[in-house]
Design a protein around this ligand. Structure first.
Ligand code: RAM
Length: 485
């Protein structure tokens, strides 16, 4: 742990704004009955419920099950049937014994919630349980709400939900999702920071997160995929190839936005280290494939081969590093020659000239993930990239994005290739599709072709307020300026 970096991270720790939200109760529940309270909007915070007994003096504790749901559909999920590989510990439900009535029961855990469901498991024949009031103390480190933008109600609705998603994920760090995993992930941070620069401009929070990753890098400079901050700051024990490299553009974007040279001077050596570490995975300038889930992320499609896309992320990060070095007046020539070699090799190894698309792995798989990252890495010029994206769109067998994270990169690739109107309609269709299905905040996963798809083995643990889905607010303000508020 680097104490100097940790200190800088802690100095930038925000203060949370707390607000109180209350729903009046009055429902009287007998055993096995339940009541649902709808707060009308998504909140992140600490619930408190006031209970009392109705009937004779209570003569046994009340045993209740309380569920906290982000969406209405989640209320219908039978969580007992969830047996996926992500821990059941994330399910937002509590079994509570109320030994004394009346009482005000405060939940110690923080929840991401719109709907609160109270179900009575047991009282006694002598009394029933009355719910007098349900309250939530919501928390966020986002500054005051900001004005919504967009050219029509569809876009304004998307922007409103995106802003809400981002603000709910702004806590002591940029969290990936306030339901799960409640922590700082690098790929998520990069997109949150981009949206933040166009909206809340809480740039110290980005700085804090950059220093948290830097403080927890190991002695060789490996940056972890995510950082825990409770009870103490600690790195996860795994890294992902693409996420570690994305430290570079995250630092570059921060510098572009703030001009904070001190932070760049502190963190640039570590950014360079990411390229050195990543280089070890190449043989003759072609990245080695790997079948370990999570060696590289790109997207949550379990069928996705990551080989070609990983090389493209490397090129993208390295080119960003070159820009950063030059802007800091430093020599980047060694990186330039490496980038030229690895770009040429990528085309040789992965570009299928007949199909006009990049293919990945032994099976020569075609995916949005791989092709989009080659567009972002600018291996071809703008017009060629636009034509490549057309071919991609026409290719039925191409593996499509399943997360707003990958969809963000597709939209960015369209914009970089001069396809602003297509980019805009992707935003309207994809993010608008979540709103049509009732989203108050945007989701971790959304595959319109298969809305029940889950890489985890069940939707009960999905996060429905997931920061990497907040970037329509970035796109609208950065690229569609005429509708700026
Ligand atoms: C999930 C988290 C996070 C993401 C990683 C790769 O567990 O939701 O947002 O960055 O996967």
């Amino acid at each position: 742990m680097n104490p100097e970096f940790l200190k800088k991270a802690e100095q930038a720790k925000p203060i949370l704004t707390v607000r109180t939200h209350t729903k009046k109760g009055g429902q009287v529940l007998a055993e096995t009955s339940r009541a649902v309270f709808d707060f009308g909007t998504h909140l992140v915070g600490y619930p408190k419920i006031d209970f009392s007994a109705v009937g004779a003096h209570y003569d046994a504790p009340a045993l209740i099950r309380v569920r906290f749901c982000e969406t209405a559909q989640e209320l219908d999920e039978d969580t007992f049937l969830y047996h996926g590989w992500i821990s059941k510990g994330w399910l937002q439900e509590e079994i509570v014994r109320l030994d004394e009535l009346p009482c005000a029961y405060t939940f110690r855990r923080r929840f991401a919630v719109r709907y609160v469901q109270v179900e009575v498991i047991a009282t006694s024949p002598k009394y029933r349980l009355r719910i007098d009031r349900v309250g939530i103390r919501s928390v966020t480190s986002a500054p005051e709400p900001i004005a919504v933008c967009g050219k029509d109600e569809t876009e304004r609705a998307i922007d409103r939900v995106a802003l809400k998603t981002l603000s709910e994920c702004m806590q002591y760090e940029f969290e990936d999702g306030p339901k799960r995993d409640m922590r700082l992930w690098l790929g998520d941070l990069r997109l949150q920071a981009l949206a933040n620069y166009q909206t809340y401009r809480h740039n110290d929070l980005v700085k804090r997160c950059l220093y948290l990753f830097a403080a927890t890098a190991d002695a060789e400079g490996h940056i972890s995929q995510c950082v825990f901050t409770r009870p103490d700051v600690a790195p996860d024990d795994a890294s992902m190839f693409d996420y570690s490299l994305l430290f570079i553009p995250t630092l570059y974007d921060y510098f572009t936005e703030t001009g904070d040279r001190q932070t760049v001077d502190d963190l640039l050596p570590l950014a360079e280290k990411q390229i050195e570490i990543a280089k070890e995975r190449f043989t003759d300038d072609v990245i080695e494939d790997c079948d370990r889930l999570g060696w590289c992320f790109l997207d949550w499609s379990l069928a996705l081969n990551k080989q070609a896309g990983a090389q493209a992320v490397y090129l993208y990060a390295q080119k960003t590093l070159i820009r950063l070095l030059k802007e800091c007046g430093k020599d980047a020539s060694a990186y330039e020659s490496d980038a030229a070699r690895k770009s040429a090799k990528a085309v040789e190894a992965f570009y299928d000239r007949e199909r006009g698309l990049f293919v990945s792995g032994k099976e020569r798989q075609i995916s949005y993930a791989a092709n989009v990252w080659y567009v972002l890495a600018e291996v071809f010029g703008k017009d060629d990239n636009a034509a490549l994206l057309d071919r991609l769109q026409a290719c039925d067998e191409a593996i499509r994005p399943v997360t707003p994270y990958m969809m963000h990169h597709y939209v960015q690739a369209l914009l970089n290739s001069g396809e602003a109107e297509k980019a805009r309609s992707v935003i309207r269709d994809y993010w608008g599709g979540m709103i049509e299905r009732g989203a108050d905040t945007f989701w971790e996963l959304f595959n319109p072709d298969d809305p029940d798809e889950s890489p985890y083995g069940g939707k009960a643990v999905h996060s429905f307020c997931h920061a990497w889905s907040c970037t329509p607010s970035y796109f609208f303000r950065k690229y569609f300026v005429e509708e700026k508020p």
